[in-house]
Ligand binder design. Structure first.
Ligand code: ATP
Length: 596
């Protein structure tokens, strides 16, 4: 860790303030108000004994003193109540702000361009952005330090004004000692950060293995391969290494603390010497002598506190740089507003060529094809031919490198993102269900229609299974939050994902290997049901199937065969099966042999 850690990146800090202000515009004004009240109280508490002592020592008429004491106590009580009131308000506000900042990171992750999500550099940046937030609790700590720093600045002004009225030399002595101590504290912090830097990679390893031993999804493999001892050994190794690092750190920090203590004693000695000299020379009163001793102590601790908060702000600020870099990644291009659509009648891929980010190989090479409402299509081809990629581009997960997609004759980039996405229902190979109820997994962001939910469940053959569940449609998927939750089999999950797509009832239905986890009987059943369900609405829909089981092509009106990113054949099943020299027939023949 180099000294640049202590350099303040003003951009990150101003982004932090901007974000705090966006979340709660009253937070910073509240902190300032609190700082003013606290400084006022501090000023009064330091200054009041001076009035009392000098009145008692030098004034024969003390009639006003009782009155002053009462006023002091009342004002002090009011200030204490106000401080407590604002303090509790600020605590709730800062909790809200730090939770919202975490939430915003999640929102950002959900909304960013898909191509960023698969980019290793962005994935790394996301990890860096998350680490200080999840593991070091930086956001609430940063907020506390900002608040402390502002409060200290106000208190300092009050104390410095008071002490300089007596003797400015006292301020200089305290500032000099505090600055020397700050340099020592900085060294100590640097050592601490160096230690953290060695511990962070270890921590990552530790978190991973802790996740492995506490996450039930690993439970099967751990038991089957008896790897408990391997993992525990790895965790113990971490423990040994991190203890070693911390032992070294604590020894060094101990010696720094010793030097700090000695410096503080020197400061007290010099200040007391000046004050006693001034009192002896009758340049200050006894009240001033007593009060100045406590005021200089306060100046020293407040100044030290302010510098410590400031240094922490700088360090936390540094930790937060990846957060803001990630948060402000330019990735809104896919979510644009534009021409709204409420149906898709035609889709035309025109000369689409596509390279994955950072890839030198063309995944799609000048693909042109047209899909029309009322027809079902099959995309077939060997592994890696580019079928899923074509669908990802249609779903706006990626932008084509060149070429355009026309929707109802309009360039897709001018169509409103939200209205367009509503028209697509997809089941990808790697779909995900959520730990919501079965019903909520099916309806997602659509409105609830009980009959329709029942219908799609029947269509995918899950009615019996769900009927047998105690909570029926309200049963939670997975047992993460609910002991009565259900763990579906892979095939059943796939059926539910299909039900979800059917419920959405969009213009375009896309099934990318929707039956890969189903047994052959179930696959046949699902295809039959899917087909009859879709047949009823066929005139309203474009249906696209991707499947390696070529029997599904028989159910489709038209087939496109892809090879190495190019369309090499197209036609109806009957047309393609007759062309014995070409790929479709060869694939069909191989699969038939396999099944016979
Ligand atoms: N995120 C990615 N980054 C880089 N290359 C990728 C990415 N995703 C896929 N590819 C590559 O693009 C090519 C096409 O992949 P795609 O998934 O579209 O093929 P597919 O025809 O659907 O294959 P399969 O039948 O195996 O599902 C493959 O070579 C694959 O390795």
């Amino acid at each position: 860790m180099n000294s640049s850690v202590f350099q303040l990146n003003k951009k990150t800090l101003s982004k932090m303030f901007k974000l705090i202000n966006e979340i709660d515009g009253t937070y910073i004004p509240f902190i300032i108000l609190m700082a003013v009240i606290k400084s006022l109280q501090l000023f009064m508490n330091i200054y009041f004994p001076l009035i009392v002592i000098d009145n008692l020592l030098y004034n024969d008429n003390n009639s006003k003193l009782v009155y002053l004491i009462v006023v002091f106590l009342v004002v002090n009580a009011i200030l204490s109540v106000a401080i407590n009131f604002f303090d509790s308000k600020l605590k709730v506000k800062s909790k809200d702000i730090s939770l919202t900042i975490n939430l915003k990171l999640g929102q950002r992750t959900m909304n960013m361009d898909y191509e960023n999500i698969e980019d290793p550099e962005i994935l790394d940046l996301k990890e860096k952005a998350l680490f200080p937030i999840k593991n070091q609790n930086i956001i609430p700590r940063m907020i506390v330090e900002i608040s402390n720093c502002i409060t200290s600045i106000f208190s300092l002004v009050a104390i410095i004004l008071m002490i300089s009225g007596i003797h400015f030399g006292l301020v200089l002595v305290v500032i000099t000692v505090v600055l020397i101590n700050t340099m020592i504290s900085k060294k100590s912090k640097k050592v601490e950060m160096e230690t953290m830097n060695t511990v962070i990679p270890l921590n990552r390893e530790f978190s991973y293995y802790m996740k492995v031993i506490t996450d039930f999804t690993y439970a099967k493999d751990i038991r089957l391969y008896s790897i408990e001892n391997i993992i525990i050994d790895k965790l113990k190794k971490y423990q040994r290494k991190s203890l070693q690092a911390f032992r070294k750190l604590l020894l060094k920090q101990g010696s720094y603390k010793g030097i700090l203590g000695v410096n503080l004693q020197i400061q007290i000695f010099v200040v007391s010497f000046i004050l006693i000299y001034l009192a002896y020379a009758k340049k200050i009163s006894i009240g001033e002598l007593v009060v100045m001793i406590s005021a200089t102590k306060n100046l020293s601790s407040t100044l030290q506190g302010m510098i410590a908060s400031f240094l922490n702000i700088k360090i936390f600020n540094r930790y937060l740089e990846p957060y803001f870099e990630f948060y402000y990644l330019n990735s809104e291009k896919n979510f644009q507003k534009g021409i709204e659509i409420n149906e898709i009648k035609t889709i035309e891929f025109r000369n689409i060529t596509f390279y994955y980010p950072r890839s030198k190989e063309k995944t799609l090479d000048n693909v042109s094809l047209t899909l029309e409402r009322g027809k079902s299509y099959s995309l077939v081809g060997l592994n890696g031919a580019g079928k899923t990629t074509l669908i990802k581009i249609l779903c706006k997960l990626y932008k084509p490198t060149s070429g355009i997609i026309l929707i109802n004759g309009v360039d897709l980039q001018f169509i409103d993102y939200t209205s367009y996405m509503k028209q697509l229902s997809c089941v990808f190979q790697d779909f995900k269900l959520f730990s919501f109820s079965i019903k909520d997994n099916i309806i997602l962001n659509s409105s609830y229609n009980y009959r329709k939910v029942k219908e799609v469940i029947a269509n995918v053959g899950l009615s019996d299974k769900i009927r047998r569940l105690k909570k029926g449609l309200e049963t939670n998927i997975y047992r993460i939050f609910d002991k009565d939750g259900i763990e579906f089999s892979g095939g059943e999950e796939q059926k539910l994902a299909i039900a979800r797509a059917l419920y959405r009832d969009s213009s375009v239905m896309i099934f990318d290997e929707p039956t890969s986890s189903l047994d052959p009987i179930m696959e046949y059943e699902i295809y039959k049901k899917l087909n009859s369900t879709l047949e009823n609405n066929k005139d309203k829909k474009i249906t696209i199937f991707i499947s390696h089981r070529l029997s599904s092509c028989k159910l489709c009106d038209y087939i496109y065969v892809l090879d190495k990113g190019r369309i090499i054949q197209e036609g109806t099943f009957k047309e393609l099966i007759l062309d014995k020299n070409n790929m479709f027939y060869k694939m069909w023949e191989k699969q038939a042999q396999y099944y016979v």
